[in-house]
Each structure stands twice: as C-alpha cells, then as structure tokens.
Design a protein around this ligand. Structure first.
Ligand SMILES: C[S@@+](CC[C@H](N)C(=O)[O-])C[C@H]1O[C@@H](n2cnc3c(N)ncnc32)[C@H](O)[C@@H]1O
Length: 329
C-alpha cells in the first residue's frame, strides 16, 4: 500500500466519526409537539405512550406544569392507577390548575369522581377559583363596595344577615360598620366559603360575625331577629324566590329591610361573566316575586353599572321614602 493509499484509507475511517462529532445535536422536542403527540396517543388508546410523553413534557416545561400534570393524571387514570392519578391531579391543583368543569367533563375521571378523595379535591379546586373570582381586584370597578356601604348606611348595633356571604366581600365591611354591639350572620350553602370567612375574621380580629351553613331553600334566620338582610349576587341562585322571600320576611324585625343587589340580565356576548343567561333575573320579575311575599320597594339605587340595587321593606313605605329606623335594642 502506498503512502497515498494509506492516507486515503485513514481518512475514510475517520470521516464518519468526525462528521458525527461536528453535526448539530438534534433539537429537543418542544412542549407543544409533545402535547400534540400526547393527544394523538391518548386518542389512540396508547395510554402508556401518552403518559411517557406527558412526563417528558412535565420535565421540560418551566413554570407551573399545569397542563402536563393534568395530562399525567388523565393518563394514569386510564392506566388504572387511581393513586398516581390523584397525586398528579393534586399537584396540578397545588400549582394552580382551576378548570373544574374540564375535570368534571373529562371521561378519564368519570369513575374516579365517585371516590370521596377526588370529589373533595375537585371541590377544593372549585372553592379556590370561586374565591379568587369574588375577590378579583377589578371587581371593585363595577361593584363599588365603598359606595354600596355608604348607601346602606349601616348603624352601629344593627343586626344583619349576609345571605350568600361568599368570600366575605361584604361581610367584613358590614361587621366593621355595625361594630361590636351589632351582629352579622354570614350565611352560605358552601362550607368552604364559611371556612374562608372564618380565617378573615381571625385576621381582622372581628368577633361579631356568626357563620351559618344552610340548605339552599332555608336561610335559617332567627324569627324577627334581623334588621337588614343583604343578598349580593345570590338571589338568582334561589329557585322559588317567593317562597324563599316569605322565609326572609319571617326573619325580619319590624321596620327591617331586605337589600338585593344582582345582575341586570345581559346576553353572554355582552357580558361573558357573571350568572349564566338562564340564571339571570330581571328587576321587574324580582319586584313581582318579592311583592307576592309581601315586600314593597323602599328605595332603589342606580349607581351600579352591572347590577340593580334595591331595598325592600314589608311596611308599605312609599318608594323613595326614608328607610325605617331599626327598632331600639
Ligand atoms: C356570587 S357569590 C356572592 C358572594 C358575596 N355575596 C359577594 O358579593 O361577593 C354567591 C354565594 O351565594 C352562595 N349561595 C348560593 N345559593 C345560596 C342559597 N340558596 N343560600 C345561601 N347561599 C347561597 C354561594 O355558595 C356563594 O358563596
């Protein structure tokens, strides 16, 4: 072999290795592609492959791995691993996953949602999202809580039932306004809301609020024991409002008032939040329902842009007339 032939042979041996060394590494597959391939594998029923793809995505994505964790939970559920599915769903929830309706509609969780731990996990996700919705700072732009409180003119010592108290959005300012001589019943059907209010009361060192968990058709008011019943964004949840209003009436002390703030009906395209169109209650309908229970309009305030704000009484005071003073205590 001549020197030239030997050099050529050596070059041929080295070339592939040199080529391999100089080639750019193949770019890593991105989260979007992994997510798309997950859906393909999931739809094809290859849950093991889907799981591997979701786990890979979970390793590479930064910031809360919500979607990847959710997909891991789905794939684990389909692979018959409820414990691991629960763990992944819980991790997604802890990272901020909040799409409860997606979980409830997802066939992967249909059977698991019959288990208490899954149900309570989903309920916790719902409560956190609901509380965040109620407390969103931009709500104040239309809810105008300070102006509402001013219009309500709560008196020290007043006894108030905040029905559908939610996060305590109004419970807390009302409790401050009526002071230690007054009392506020924070009433709700959801224990999670009351638990949240309990924490706020502790932080604010307020001791004049009683938490009452009720069923949806009975506010459990003390007979003739309440000066003001406040229902903000809640009356639209009540099915038979006239029957309910009769119970409210039985709880009102002489001269008491029922205050309702609720959404003016609007199509979803105009206001894609708030109660669903089928839940919305027009003011005229509410007035008629309340009238059937013996309430008349005492006064209506018109400074809210999304809601009506009406004070009703059971005494036939003229609309626009003065609010009756709470009875002496
Ligand atoms: C949209 S939130 C309003 C909360 C609060 N009033 C506010 O303005 O932020 C409605 C609340 O009413 C509660 N709720 C719904 N139906 C109810 C009923 N029939 N009796 C008592 N509370 C009810 C819900 O659990 C929820 O906390």
């Amino acid at each position: 072999m001549t020197l030239g032939t030997r050099l050529l042979a050596a070059l041929l041996i080295l070339l592939p290795a040199a080529g391999a060394r100089s080639a750019e590494p193949a770019p890593a597959e991105g989260p979007a592609s992994l997510a798309a391939r997950f859906e393909e594998a999931f739809a094809a029923g290859d849950y093991a492959k889907a799981l591997a793809l979701a786990e890979k995505r979970n390793e590479i994505v930064e910031e809360p791995h919500l979607a990847a964790l959710y997909d891991i939970a789905r794939a684990r559920a389909m692979l018959g691993s409820p414990d691991e599915s629960y763990e992944a769903l819980k991790r997604a929830a802890d990272a901020g996953f909040s799409d409860v309706s997606r979980i409830r509609k997802d066939p992967a969780f249909r059977e698991l949602l019959e288990e208490e731990r899954f149900r309570s996990l989903v309920r916790g996700i719902w409560a956190r999202a609901y509380l965040a919705m109620l407390e969103r700072p931009e709500r104040a732009d239309f809810q105008k809580p300070d102006q509402v409180m001013k219009a309500l003119a709560m008196r020290p010592g007043e006894r108030v039932a905040d029905i559908g108290a939610g996060s305590g959005y109004f419970t807390i300012p009302v409790a401050k306004a009526v002071g230690p001589g007054g009392v506020v019943w924070a009433i709700d059907i959801a224990q999670e809301m009351l638990d949240h209010i309990a924490k706020r009361l502790e932080r604010e060192r307020l001791t004049n609020v009683r938490l009452v968990k009720v069923s949806k058709d009975d506010p459990q008011l003390p007979p003739q024991g309440v000066d003001t019943i406040l229902m903000v964004d809640t009356i639209h949840y009540v099915q038979d409002r006239t029957a309910y209003a009769r119970k409210l009436r039985a709880g009102l002390a002489p001269g008491g008032r029922l205050v309702v703030i609720d959404y003016v009906p609007k199509p979803f395209e105009e206001r894609p939040w708030g109660p669903l169109p089928e839940q919305q209650v027009a003011r005229e309908i509410l007035d008629a329902e309340m009238a059937a229970a013996g309430f008349t309009v005492l006064r209506a305030h018109d400074f809210l842009t999304e809601q009506y704000f009406v004070e009703y009484s059971t005494d036939a005071a003229p609309a626009g007339g003065p609010a009756p003073a709470p009875p002496p205590r």
